[in-house]
Structure formats: structure tokens, C-alpha cells
Write a protein that binds this ligand. Structure first.
Ligand SMILES: Nc1nc2c(c(=O)[nH]1)N[C@H]1C(S)=C(S)[C@@H](COP(=O)(O)OP(=O)(O)OC[C@H]3O[C@@H](n4cnc5c(=O)[nH]c(N)nc54)[C@H](O)[C@@H]3O)O[C@H]1N2
Ligand SMILES: Nc1nc2c(c(=O)[nH]1)N[C@H]1C(S)=C(S)[C@@H](COP(=O)(O)OP(=O)(O)OC[C@H]3O[C@@H](n4cnc5c(=O)[nH]c(N)nc54)[C@H](O)[C@@H]3O)O[C@H]1N2
Ligand code: SF4
Ligand SMILES: [Mo]
Length: 841
């Protein structure tokens, strides 16, 4: 192991020092206090100074994070492949090379590609975004000249973001837990995962102690569901039916915030029979003015009608609200109960409780300001979004919250930076696609986030998607991408065809396919920045910096990028792009000058916080609390309220325009239709496009492709994360986390006792779980914490890279049996839609 350990004095002698820093074992960016003695990290504690901003404690990953840094299986020196053949069973024939040689090999390749066609470089990062902030990578790829920089968002939660963006022009929102009285959580798994977990955990418990009711709607009894007042074990994928039925009850029982819908949303806009808005000659959408009884733009003096049908120039128009109300009129709780697997009375009661608790019309005075008070919210993370119809699922929840006016009200659902109209327009439906991930192309028209899983599929057959180029080189920075997607084995085939560079801390499966591997420093050894997690009451920036350097690694990630840019001849362009992307004002990067990580992060920290880097290295963060004004009056209130303002989208008309464009292009280019036929296993593609790009969520969105097509596979498969593991890599080589959480060669598969009995499976039996794309072995865990028609297997396990020690290669790789049917709106990868059968191994 490390020299530092061998030469250290006895464990508890010597001066003790504490360093305030930021944990990057996951994406919560918690405050930590690192205890160092004799130059060795002895313990990690939560930082009490960070508690008012975010985390009160740390999770098991956080407190054992040093075991990842003091890990003998880390990458320590650059490696070069000597066997050109790539495969899971091919020995790469690694040889250790000098940093000098590694930089030169990679820079040479970069130079070649930049001269021939820079688009042939594809850059991927995952956790790398959060180690550094992705503007650095955007600058690197822009300076190089490739459009192909791909973050992981569609393998994460992109459809939730896109639903937010097309509805309110921004993404990221939180329940206002300090005031909320009724929270419905639809599969947000924040006692095991989630990106805001270390705030949501204590904020939820405090809210519950204050009397908030918590209802968890989820097929699996998550750790959060176990703490809820009510667990509603819904059938996977049917949440959209539950939500539409809630809307039915809210409307029929009169729990409708008419003032909110008229003044903040496009609910009063007039919709024609083609589904499009009636507009004036300037393109302004029209409402029915009840003062003059005529169609007008919503300007001063106009009082729009919320509901109704109107005849204008011989044509019929209904308000958008009326279109939605008519659609859900027959979607009663009784009509969806069986499909949801939830009794009608329960759906009806929850809807009424939600409506009642919303206190429509009420206000509250805080700090002398009278504010809208609607203390109800719906929350999710990947529960509603990690699916083929993820965007429409979350749209349904956003509509329910609009109906009762809970958006941006005290106790309701608080938006983060709403109102960007660029998101609320029809897509340009680019064809041929410029980016290898098909982002914003005709295939995935509203994919405003990077389509992580698609790049490999595109590379396997570029002509199919209309590309006129074929990538030749891929760089992976802190991501084990192909391992974490659907149909994961297939993903690796594309990796065998390109020149690959991996910057990581362990020999991941992706690294196993590399030509050159660069070791990286960990978050306890390197500088790193990320804008911290906002909460309703605070904002903060987070920093980490070198505390130790266990293997004396000379460069960290950003420095590797600087070095490559220098040697490949685009260093000055890189620096210029950094200034541009970050919008640096003072200080800025200067052309021709050398920067190490400290100097670079000093520039960043000063621009972000106005403080020198020494402040960040003392506190690990820089934060401020927000005023009541900022918290409640700068969001929806400022952007959408009243006449002459853009409106929040109850009705996403833009999707109809996008659908028209998709169909037009599809009729010109046969290959587009072919791709849709393959993705969605249908010949009626036109109808399918219209349903997927529908302006309001529909019943059809409860039926992802495998639910319709995998007839011989009776059980729903869902996946989830575990508290002791992070993502696809590096907790498996943390001996504490590995042993504590998992000492079996296989994952558990959760099976309900009734199902187990029928299948003659006992607790602890070895079983085969088989889908249409693959099978795996798992251990039956017979439990009432799952629905009888559903089984659940966790992510994170089943590593097979021979670069990991044997004990780190345990568990079952669930991703290899997940089917791939992307969400047409957002490009989201499908994680929770697969159907399986199970039998004894
Ligand atoms: N079945 C199933 N699949 C899932 C999920 C699920 O819940 N179920 N979750 C999905 C989600 S939400 C996501 S975001 C994706 C994530 O999937 P990935 O893209 O695979 O995960 P990342 O977090 O991006 O990458 C983690 C990588 O960063 C490396 N790393 C860690 N620290 C450092 C460092 O300091 N420097 C460098 N260079 N490397 C470092 C790790 O070793 C590891 O290889 O997986 C998705 N896949
Ligand atoms: N410990 C740990 N924490 C992490 C991470 C990690 O890897 N490990 N990763 C981080 C990242 S990148 C992310 S994106 C977040 C993800 O955080 P979450 O989204 O909160 O966690 P997941 O476990 O991915 O969420 C899937 C949840 O959806 C439920 N679910 C599945 N199908 C359905 C359905 O049809 N309906 C409903 N209602 N629920 C369903 C599952 O039971 C599961 O609890 O976690 C972050 N935090
Ligand atoms: S929740 Fe994430 S950031 Fe916080 S301590 Fe745990 S691993 Fe670290
Ligand atoms: Mo994620």
C-alpha cells in the first residue's frame, strides 16, 4: 500500500488536523470534516458549518470515502494496451508507460483527428461533471471542434428535466418542506439514493414531526416508503393513470385554483380541433375574453375564460383547460384501479386529501409579505422518469400541481430559475443529426440533455441514423457509461471499434476497452468545484482540494486536459473557450500562460464567489441564505403572472408542432421510420409519434413497449439504488462498503411470497431472471415489500472487469437484461419497463 502508511507513526500519535471539504462519493456534495494524523486520513465526519445549508450527516459512502483513496487496486500509472483486440475476455496486455509517453500518444491521435474531421472525437463524462463542473469539458470539446460531448443525463433523469422545461422553462424543483402539509412521493428514493438526499432526509423528518402527511406511491417498499404514513404499491409504469385519475377527482370535486390557472398558465388558451392554439396575425395565442366576448391575446383589461367551447369564424375552439378536463372526464379512479393495482377508494381519497390540503385561495404572511399558500406537493426523482414515457409521466404530476396552484406557492413545489422560453418552443427536429447521441434531432426532438446511451448504438450503425461521419476516438472521463445503460452488453460492441482513452481511478469495464488509461486523483487528492445543491432557503458553492496524495500521482483530470490541449495544438483556444463558457470576468485565463489546478480553480472560485481559493480551502464551501422575496416572488410570480407574460404550459402545444415536423421528415427519409419501428416495435409509426408527442399525458403512456410486447414474460422488473453503493464503479473496491453491503456472488431479487409460492421458489434459492434481451442469476429474497406482479433488482453490481479483484466482482449485472426503448420526447433510457420470467437456476 501507500508509502505514507508504511512510514506513519502509531495510529493515535502525532498532531491531528481537520480539513473542511466536500464529499464526491456521490452527487449530494455534502460538507465533510476530514481528520488527518501523521499525514494519513483517519476519519471523515460531517461538517457542522454546512448543516444550515444542506447536510446534517453523512451516509456510509461518505464516512468511508478514504477507503477509495487508500485503495491498492487504484490506477496508479498510465497504461498502454498492446493487444489490439478488445473484448471482455481479451487480455489488453497492459504495459505501464510514462506520463510523457501517454500524453504524446493521445495528443498525436487528437491532432490527426482534428485535422481530418474533429467530429470523429466523442467525449463522455459522468461523475466527471460533478468533480469539476462541465464548462471545462464544454470548452475542451468546443476548442477541439467536436459537437460530441456527452454527459450522462438520459441515463439519469433527463425526462423529468424535459417535462419541467417544456412546462415551465427550467428544471430542478423541490417541495417546500418547511411548510408542506401533504407530500406525495412517486418513487423518489431519498433514503437510499437521490441527488438532494442529505437535505430531503432531515427536512422530511422535521416536516413529519410538524404533522406533514407523507404518501409514497411506489411498487417497492423503499426505505422512504417504510417511513411514510401510507405506502401505495402501484403497478410499475401506471403512475400516469393514477395521476390522471387524481386530476379527474380534483376537477369533478372542484379542487381547482381557477385564479392560478388563468393568470399563470396557458389553461385559458383557445385550442382548435387540430390541437393547435388559435393565434392572431402576430402569432400571439388567443383567449376568450369574458368582457368583450371575443378572442383576444391576454393583455391588460382582458378577463380570460378558463373553460368552455367557443365558435370563432365558423370553427370550434375549446380552452386548453377544457381539452384536458374533457380528456380526463372518463378517467375515474374506478376506471384505472385495476390497471394501477390500487383500489379506487384509495386513489379517490388521496386526491381529495391532496385537494383539501391545498387550501385553494388561502394566503400566508411571512416576513410581512402576503404569499399564496398551497402546502401540497408531488415529488419524484427516477421513479417516474427512468422510463420510456418518463416525460409524460412527470408532466401528469406537474399538471396535477398546477390544478391546485401548488407551483411556487408557500408549502408547494418550488421552481429553480423558471421562464426560459427557449425550452418551451417546438423542436427544429434536426436531420441529418449533427451529434452522435441524436440530441434534439428528429429522432429525439426535445432531448435538450445529452443522450448518453444512444451514442454507442449510433456508432454501431451510423448510416441507419443518416450520419455522414463515423467516430474514431472516444475519451471517457469518470464514467463507466456502457455498463450503466440498457441492453448493456451490446453497448460494449461499439467500444471495440474506436481508439479509447479512459481517465478514471479504477480499471472499470470501460477502461478494459481502452487503448490508453490515465489514472486520476480522487476528491481527497484533487481540486474540484461544483455549484452546491440549492435548497428553498439557501444557495452554496462547493470545493474540494488536495488533502493527501497517496500514490504520488502527478496530474489531476483538468491538468491532463491542459497537457493534451497543449500537445495537440489547441491550448490557447481551450483557454479562450474556458473564459467564454464560464463567462469569467475577473480574473480570466490568459493565453499562453501555464496553469496548474490550484491556479485554475482560484480563477473559478473568485469568479463564482468573489473569494480567494484560500477561503474555499478553509471552509470547503461558500454560501448564502435567500430572502423570502427571492424564495417565493422571483419564480413563477415574476415570470408568468398576469397579462402580457409568457405562461406556464398546462398544455404543451409545442409537441404537436414537433410531431408534425417528425412525420414530415419521416415521410421523406425511410430510415427514420425504420428506427422508430425498431425502437417501438410498431408499424403504425405515425400514430405512435402523435401519442408520444401529445400535448397532454394520455392513458397510452402507461404502456411502454415491453408491457405490450413481452407477452411471455409475466413479471414487471424494476431497479433501484442502494445506500452503500454509488453508480457503476468504485464502491465495489471500497472494502468497507463492499463487505458491509454485499457478501454474495449474486444480487437479491425481491419476490412477493405469493409469487414465490406459485413458482415454487424459496427464500435464498438461486434463480434465473430472464428478459427478451438477456438473463442473469440472482438470489430469491421472498418479501412482502414488493407487489406480487413485480420483482426488483438493484443496480451497481455484477462487475466483470478483470481489472478488479475477485471480491469486487460480485453480484448480478441487471443492466444487461434491460430492454432499450428511448423516451421519444427526451431521449431518456428505459430502466423500469422491462418484463421478465423467473425460474429456479
Ligand atoms: N439498472 C440501473 N441502471 C442505472 C441506474 C439505476 O438506478 N439502475 N442509475 C442510472 C444513473 S441515475 C446514472 S447517473 C448512471 C451513472 O452511470 P455511470 O456513467 O457509469 O456513472 P458515473 O457516476 O458517471 O461514473 C462513475 C465513474 O467515475 C469514476 N470516478 C469516481 N471518482 C473519480 C475521480 O475522482 N476521478 C475520475 N477520473 N474518475 C472517478 C468511477 O470509478 C466510475 O468509473 O447509471 C444509470 N444506470
Ligand atoms: N447511494 C447512492 N445514492 C445516489 C446514487 C447512487 O448511485 N447511490 N446516485 C445518484 C444519482 S446520479 C441519482 S440520479 C439519484 C437517483 O435517485 P432516485 O431516483 O431517488 O433513486 P433510484 O433508486 O434510482 O430510483 C428508482 C426508484 O423508483 C422506484 N420505481 C421503479 N419503478 C417505478 C414505477 O413505475 N413507479 C414508481 N412510482 N416508482 C418506481 C424504485 O423502487 C426506486 O426506489 O441518486 C443519487 N444518489
Ligand atoms: S450522500 Fe453522497 S455526498 Fe453525501 S456523504 Fe453520502 S456519498 Fe457523500
Ligand atoms: Mo443519476
Amino acid at each position: 500500500m501507500a508509502k505514507a502508511v508504511e512510514s506513519s507513526k502509531p495510529f493515535n500519535e502525532g498532531e491531528v488536523k481537520y480539513y473542511k471539504s466536500t464529499c464526491k462519493m456521490c452527487v449530494n456534495f455534502c460538507g465533510i470534516k476530514v481528520k488527518v494524523q501523521n499525514g494519513v486520513i483517519r476519519a471523515i465526519y460531517p461538517d457542522e458549518k454546512r448543516a444550515p445549508y444542506f447536510n446534517w450527516g453523512n451516509c456510509p459512502k461518505g464516512v468511508s470515502g478514504m477507503w477509495n483513496t487508500y485503495n491498492p487496486y487504484r490506477l496508479k500509472r498510465p497504461l498502454k494496451r498492446t493487444n489490439p483486440k478488445k473484448g471482455p475476455n481479451e487480455d489488453p496486455g497492459w504495459v505501464e508507460i510514462s506520463w510523457e509517453e501517454a500524453f504524446n500518444i493521445v495528443a498525436e491521435k487528437l491532432k490527426q483527428i482534428r485535422e481530418s474531421d474533429p467530429r470523429k472525437l466523442v467525449w463522455h463524462h459522468g461523475h466527471g461533471k460533478y468533480l469539476l463542473d462541465d464548462e471545462w469539458m464544454k470548452a475542451f470539446t468546443a476548442a477541439f471542434g467536436t459537437p460530441n460531448m456527452i454527459h450522462r443525463t438520459t441515463t439519469c433523469e433527463a425526462s423529468r428535466h424535459v417535462a419541467d422545461e417544456i412546462t415551465w422553462g427550467g428544471h430542478g424543483a423541490l417541495p417546500d418542506l418547511e411548510y408542506c402539509n401533504y407530500l406525495i412521493n412517486m418513487g423518489g428514493n431519498y433514503f437510499e439514493a437521490d441527488q438532494w438526499a442529505r437535505w430531503l432526509d432531515h427536512a422530511t423528518i422535521e416536516a413529519k414531526e410538524r404533522g406533514m402527511k407523507l404518501v409514497v406511491v411506489e411498487p417497492r417498499l423503499s426505505n422512504l416508503a417504510a417511513k411514510a404514513d401510507e405506502w401505495v404499491p402501484i403497478r410499475p409504469g401506471k403512475d400516469v393513470l393514477f395521476l390522471l385519475a387524481m386530476a379527474n377527482v380534483l376537477i369533478s370535486e372542484g379542487y381547482v385554483d381557477r385564479d392560478f390557472l388563468v393568470n399563470y398558465t396557458n389553461a385559458p388558451f383557445l385550442v382548435g380541433e387540430d390541437g393547435k392554439f388559435l393565434r392572431d396575425e402576430n402569432g400571439n395565442p388567443l383567449v376568450w375574453d369574458t368582457v368583450t366576448n371575443s378572442a383576444k391575446p391576454y393583455v391588460e383589461g382582458v378577463v380570460p375564460a378558463l373553460e368552455g367551447e367557443y365558435e370563432i369564424d365558423g370553427k370550434k375552439y375549446r380552452t386548453a383547460f377544457q381539452v384536458f378536463a374533457d380528456y380526463v372526464k372518463d378517467i375515474t379512479p374506478e376506471s384505472v384501479a385495476e390497471e394501477c393495482g390500487v383500489p379506487a377508494e384509495q386513489i379517490r381519497r388521496i386526491a381529495k386529501e391532496f385537494g383539501e390540503n391545498a387550501r385553494i385561495g388561502s394566503t400566508i404572511v411571512i416576513d410581512g409579505k402576503e404569499l399564496r399558500y398551497r402546502p401540497v406537493a408531488i415529488y419524484t426523482f427516477r421513479g417516474l422518469s427512468a422510463k420510456e414515457h418518463g416525460t409524460q409521466n412527470w408532466r401528469a404530476a406537474l399538471i396535477v400541481m398546477q390544478l391546485v396552484g401548488a407551483i411556487d406557492a408557500v408549502g408547494g413545489f418550488l421552481l429553480h430559475k423558471p421562464g426560459s422560453e427557449k425550452y418551451m418552443k417546438p423542436s427544429k427536429c434536426e436531420y441529418p443529426p449533427s451529434r452522435i447521441d441524436l440530441k434534439k434531432s428528429v429522432f429525439l426532438p426535445h432531448a435538450t440533455h445529452d443522450v448518453a446511451q444512444q451514442a454507442m448504438f449510433s456508432m454501431l450503425d451510423p448510416e441507419k441514423y443518416g450520419f455522414d461521419y463515423k467516430p474514431e476516438m472516444q475519451i471517457f472521463f469518470a464514467t463507466n457509461r456502457p455498463f450503466s445503460t440498457s441492453n448493456a452488453e451490446k453497448q460494449f460492441e461499439a467500444l471495440a471499434k474506436t481508439f479509447n482513452v479512459v481517465i478514471d481511478i479504477t480499471m472499470t469495464e470501460t477502461a478494459w476497452y481502452a487503448d490508453v488509461v490515465f489514472p486520476d486523483k480522487t476528491y481527497l487528492e484533487a481540486f474540484g468545484y461544483y455549484g452546491g445543491r440549492w435548497t428553498p432557503h439557501a444557495r452554496h458553492h462547493t470545493l474540494h482540494y488536495p488533502i493527501v496524495n497517496v500514490f504520488n500521482i502527478p496530474y489531476q483530470n483538468l491538468e491532463i486536459m491542459f497537457e493534451l490541449a497543449k500537445r495537440a495544438g489547441f491550448y490557447d483556444e481551450f483557454l479562450e473557450k474556458i473564459n467564454e463558457k464560464f463567462k469569467f470576468k475577473n480574473p480570466k485565463f490568459e493565453k499562453g500562460k501555464d496553469y496548474d489546478a490550484k491556479a485554475a480553480f482560484d480563477i473559478l472560485w473568485r469568479n463564482k464567489t468573489g473569494q480567494p481559493i484560500e477561503q474555499g480551502m478553509r471552509d470547503g464551501f461558500y454560501g448564502k441564505f435567500v430572502s423570502v422575496e427571492e424564495r417565493y416572488l422571483h419564480g413563477a410570480e415574476e415570470k408568468f403572472k398576469g397579462p402580457n407574460k409568457p405562461k406556464m404550459h398546462l398544455y404543451c402545444e409545442e409537441l404537436i408542432h414537433s410531431a408534425e415536423k417528425v412525420i414530415e421528415l419521416m415521410n421523406k427519409h425511410e430510415n427514420i421510420r425504420k428506427v422508430f419501428e425498431e425502437w417501438y416495435e410498431t408499424e403504425n409509426v405515425e400514430e405512435e409519434v402523435k401519442i408520444r408527442l401529445s400535448p397532454i399525458p394520455r392513458k397510452e403512456h402507461a404502456y411502454p413497449t415491453p408491457h405490450k410486447k413481452a407477452k411471455d414474460y409475466p413479471l414487471y422488473l424494476i431497479t433501484f439504488k442502494r445506500m452503500y453503493r454509488n453508480q457503476s464503479g468504485y464502491c465495489n473496491v471500497n472494502p468497507i462498503l463492499n463487505q458491509v453491503s454485499h457478501d454474495s456472488d449474486y444480487n437479491d431479487v425481491w419476490i412477493h411470497p405469493e409469487t414465490a409460492r406459485k413458482l415454487k421458489i424459496d427464500d435464498g434459492d438461486k434463480v434465473v431472471v430472464e428478459s427478451r434481451v438477456g438473463k442473469l442469476v440472482a438470489i430469491a429474497r421472498v418479501t412482502e415489500a414488493i407487489r406480487p406482479d413485480t420483482v426488483a433488482i438493484s443496480y451497481h453490481y455484477g462487475h466483470w472487469s478483470p481489472g478488479y479483484p475477485e471480491w469486487a466482482r460480485k453480484g448480478s449485472w441487471v443492466n444487461k437484461i434491460l430492454e432499450y426503448h428511448p423516451d421519444m420526447v427526451s431521449g431518456m433510457n428505459s430502466f423500469n419497463d422491462t418484463k421478465v420470467r423467473i425460474y429456479k437456476a
